[in-house]
Design a protein around this ligand. Structure first.
Ligand SMILES: [Zn+2]
Length: 289
């Protein structure tokens, strides 16, 4: 899907009152779970992997993109290949060249102007190739260092968000409004909906909620009502897979060596989880084109 089509997809979602999930399979095998769920529930989805995940699971943009496009042939799903958190501009360019249709450049830990100018550089390269760009302003922390490598949290400033989107040219903006990566230490994390509304009023960019794992469904539904378009869900998939394998994080190649029946069961369980998120949290079931 190209940038225009992806933005139309989010436009449709906003008008239709549903969100679109960006799911991290963590390994190439579980791409089938995300596309299978999208097909079964007729829901649009994004399939994502971050630079940190690629390092951890010994995968790279080319391998992941190859696996994604091969899997895509086996399913009928409206889906987008997305690069999640990546701090290194060259890695972002490499992913674009490998076929990623949407990319996140994460300069949230950089000084404001530096984040802005690098995001603009990424947007110029990406847009010339029909690729969508997500940026982050403020900092989303949390226990899952796999995604960002940091647990510091800094809330997004609405006025800055407006300036940032306008000057950087990014299409999507990850906002920090109280969600966190990984498993939440409390049962009901407090989301700053007022801040979210203020950001929504000031910009037309697709707003992205990171840390969608472990959030109550009502919180996600409300965030969608308040203007969030894309919801990232990663940790939940990994936990569902570990329930089946009984093991912690495994390199991609090692996952491929698991017994076939265990692998098949893992794919099934993760697909069930993604379908549940589509139906109960995102309300995107039946919305595929
Ligand atoms: Zn994230």
């Amino acid at each position: 899907m190209n940038r225009t089509e992806i933005l139309q997809l989010f436009d449709r979602a906003r008008r239709g009152g549903y969100g679109i999930g960006s799911f991290s399979p963590r390994n190439t095998v579980l791409i089938d779970s995300v596309l299978g769920a999208a097909q079964a529930q007729r829901s649009p989805v994004l399939v994502q992997m971050s630079a940190n995940e690629m390092n951890w699971f010994s995968c790279d943009p080319e391998t992941f993109a190859r696996a994604y496009f091969a899997a895509k042939k086996r399913f009928s799903a409206e889906s987008v290949l997305h690069l999640d958190h990546t701090k290194d501009v060259d890695t972002v360019f490499r992913a674009i060249d490998a076929g990623f249709e949407s990319v996140m450049f994460d300069g949230s830990r950089l000084p404001y102007e530096e984040n802005l100018s690098l995001t603009r550089r990424v947007a110029e390269y990406a847009h010339a190739r029909g690729v969508c760009v997500e940026a982050e302003l403020g900092a989303i922390g949390g226990a899952d260092k796999l995604e960002t490598g940091s647990d510091e949290t800094l809330y997004t400033d609405p006025a800055q968000a407006e300036d940032f989107v306008r000057r950087s040219g990014c299409d999507m903006l990850a906002v920090s409004v109280g969600t966190a990566h990984g498993v939440y230490p409390v049962k009901n994390p407090r989301i700053d909906f007022d801040r979210l509304m203020q950001i929504r009023r000031r910009t037309d960019a697709v707003l992205v909620l990171h840390g969608g794992s472990g959030l109550p469904e009502e919180t996600i539904r409300r965030a969608i009502r308040e203007g969030v378009g894309k919801i990232n869900i990663a940790t939940d998939l990994e936990l569902a897979f570990q329930q089946v394998t009984g093991r912690g994080r495994m390199p991609n190649a090692e996952t491929l060596q698991l017994p076939a029946d265990m692998l098949a069961e893992g794919v099934r369980q993760v697909q069930a989880l993604v379908e549940d998120r589509i139906v109960r949290y995102l309300l995107s079931g039946g919305k595929a084109d």
